[in-house]
Design a protein around this ligand. Structure first.
Ligand code: SAH
Ligand code: DHB
Ligand code: MG
Length: 228
């Protein structure tokens, strides 16, 4: 089985387990109409993000890479009353489309979109007293993954979960000679996670409508639980 089969199975899973949702559909339609790239998480992946957020009862979520707000809506819907999600987006048009989609989802009061390069926004958070976050979803420019991971750690607490999208890249990640900066960003992220006593991490490979890829899943450890 290859790409067409993976996409077919994803359609089957989506059709079986993911309830049709006019708000999420509208978010994808408005994103497509505005010419945004179709690189949002798939519906089953969006449900997975919601499930993780609910499992851990996340009250503060930080997303890096908003696009049209599709993953944002999946994550923000998992929040309890008074929970908040902050999402970082460099592209003004993406941020504008996302704001409209988030408004349509009734989540404007829950979601804050911060427009600008994430590496300029993140240093402001400590002064603003914005952490710690319970759950991070890192899904922006891949060469910056190591920096985003370092910021997530700084803005975390023991028990925080850090998910990073697109860590397999069609298998290219295993090629140590790759000169693709996206692959380089993932490989440096992996080296950081491997060497970092404050986290326990794995990566899960995925196939589906977006091809062969995967995500990293890490938890931040309590000081006394490190280096086991
Ligand atoms: N999480 C979204 C998809 C994000 S696509 C979803 O699943 O629905 C990646 C997004 O990251 C794009 O919108 C891109 O503009 C944004 N991005 C790229 N570089 C960035 C940077 N330096 N800072 C913030 N956002 C960035
Ligand atoms: C790309 C980015 C993503 O976040 C993703 O999930 C898939 C593809 C990309 O830039 O090609
Ligand atoms: Mg992604």
């Amino acid at each position: 089985m290859g790409q067409e089969g993976w996409a077919e199975v994803e359609r089957y899973i989506t059709g079986t387990l993911i309830r049709p949702d006019s708000v999420l559909d509208a978010a994808l339609r408005s994103s497509a109409r505005a010419g945004l790239p179709k690189i949002n998480v798939s519906p089953p992946e969006g449900m997975f993000l919601t499930l993780v957020a609910r499992t851990m009862a996340a009250r503060r979520i930080l997303e890096i890479g908003t696009l049209g707000g599709y993953s944002t809506i999946w994550l923000a819907r998992a929040l309890p009353p008074r929970g908040t999600l902050t999402t970082l987006e460099i592209d003004a048009k993406h941020a504008m489309i996302a704001a409209a989609n988030i408004r349509r989802a009734g989540l404007s009061k829950v979601v804050e979109i911060r427009e600008g390069p994430a590496l300029e926004t993140l240093p402001k958070f400590e002064a603003e007293g914005k952490g710690p976050f319970d759950l991070f979803f890192i899904d922006a420019d891949k060469p910056s993954n190591p920096e985003y991971f370092a910021w997530a750690l700084r803005l975390s607490r023991p028990g925080s979960v850090i998910i990073v999208d697109n860590v397999v890249r069609g298998g290219a990640v295993a090629d140590s000679r790759s000169r693709d900066p996206n692959v380089g960003g993932v490989r440096r992220l992996n080296e950081m996670m491997a060497a970092e006593p404050r986290v326990m991490a794995t990566e899960i490979q995925t196939v589906g409508s977006k091809g062969y890829d995967g995500f990293a899943f890490a938890i931040v450890l309590a000081a006394s639980k490190r280096k086991r």
